[in-house]
Design a protein around this ligand. Structure first.
Ligand SMILES: [Zn+2]
Length: 93
């Protein structure tokens, strides 16, 4: 009888350890791939800043999405903003 009890106790302890380990692993993973903040509000990391004419965010030139519109080079935070800007331009003209 005591053998069975000891066995059950061991299983419970192992289960609890397993659960704790799983939780630790999950929280470590969360830290690794932190959710990317909105593409339009990226953190600024040095370099020459350029302004996105669509959402008015400042982005480092190296990270910007470059596009020339009407012979003018414009910088966007993302391709989505570039497309939006293009659409708005078309609507205006
Ligand atoms: Zn933008």
């Amino acid at each position: 009888m005591s053998m069975i009890l000891r066995f059950i106790f061991t299983v419970i302890v192992l289960y609890l350890i397993f659960r704790v380990l799983k939780r630790i692993l999950r929280s470590a993973e969360k830290k690794k791939n932190e959710p990317l903040s909105n593409a339009c509000s990226r953190t600024i990391q040095g370099g020459d800043l350029v302004q996105d004419p669509c959402c008015l965010t400042y982005i480092p030139e190296g990270e910007a999405y470059k596009a020339s519109i009407g012979g003018e080079i414009l910088y966007f935070c993302s391709e989505a903003c570039f497309k939006k800007y293009q659409m708005e331009r078309k609507e205006k003209s």
